[in-house]
Ligand binder design. Structure first.
Ligand SMILES: Cc1cc2nc3c(=O)[nH]c(=O)nc-3n(C[C@H](O)[C@H](O)[C@H](O)COP(=O)(O)OP(=O)(O)OC[C@H]3O[C@@H](n4cnc5c(N)ncnc54)[C@H](O)[C@@H]3O)c2cc1C
Length: 227
């Protein structure tokens, strides 16, 4: 899996702080960006603690993601407040070796792992034969598995990223999208440390919100994210 931060709104913390400043002071538009770094930091801390998250919508982050499965991307695109561009299986035919994700759990079952890999060989062969016979790629792709690798460009604003990290960094989330979310969070924290300081699974900010579905390891998770 490769997750890259392609670009983001320039000076994201300054923009968010400026929007917050407009709400809480009588500053004119010209003054909004002139506050000191310390003032920006105080305002960002304030809006995050108050839950005044709408100001986070002014800044967006665009990611390039590759080497994830279609099973993962299908979960990702359930997040509706984002923009996606995904490599098409209609216009781009897969070449050998068949690019597919293998779940790490399979390593514990070498015989099944071998059959899993063999099956991909057979699927790919059929897929290729269908294309060579003239079956359109949009139909040949029906034999491709959930494991088929995909590539996407995705843009989310910082408010939706907070929501996404709450759900998908949580241990209840499936391992692949969780790994992806963690990579994204690391990149966001590097680009805008104040905006994403407390971002991550819900249990970082209080009791676990998962109720009886709680993983029971909140203390461990908090320690992981503190580090
Ligand atoms: C652990 C886990 C297990 C899951 N299991 C399943 C499953 O078994 N089956 C399944 O179908 N899905 C499942 N999902 C997906 C889940 O149901 C959501 O579709 C997905 O997490 C997107 O989250 P969302 O709807 O909160 O947020 P987003 O689409 O990211 O939207 C963000 C927020 O905007 C608001 N919003 C967005 N659109 C609307 C709207 N139309 N109307 C009102 N408010 C809106 C909501 O407040 C929403 O929380 C699972 C998710 C997780 C994390």
């Amino acid at each position: 899996m490769l997750v890259q931060l392609l670009t983001h709104t320039p000076e994201p913390e300054k923009i968010v702080a400026a929007a917050a400043r407009l709400c809480y002071s009588d500053s004119g538009i010209d003054d909004l960006l002139s506050a000191s770094t310390e003032q920006h930091a105080r305002l960002i801390e304030k809006i995050l603690s108050l839950g005044h998250f709408s100001v986070l919508e002014h800044v967006s982050f665009s990611f390039g993601i590759e080497g994830v499965s279609r099973a993962c991307s299908h979960q990702l695109v359930r997040h509706r407040l984002a923009s996606y561009s995904q490599q098409s299986q209609r216009y781009v035919a897969s070449d050998a070796p068949f690019p597919a994700v293998e779940p790490p759990t399979l390593r514990q079952y070498p015989e099944l792992q071998q059959r899993y890999q063999q099956l991909f060989g057979q699927v790919y062969q059929l897929y290729r034969e269908m294309l060579d016979a003239g079956v359109p790629a949009e139909d040949a792709r029906f034999v491709l598995p959930n494991a088929a690798e995909t590539k996407l460009v995705m843009t989310m604003n910082a408010r939706e990223l907070h929501h996404f990290f709450s759900l998908r960094c949580c241990r209840r989330a499936q391992w692949e999208i969780r790994d992806m979310a963690k990579e994204m969070l690391l990149l966001c924290r590097a680009a805008a440390p104040l905006l994403f300081a407390d971002s991550g699974p819900g249990c970082l900010r209080g009791a676990c919100p998962e109720g009886e579905m709680c993983c029971g390891h909140a203390a461990e998770v908090r320690e992981e994210y503190a580090n």
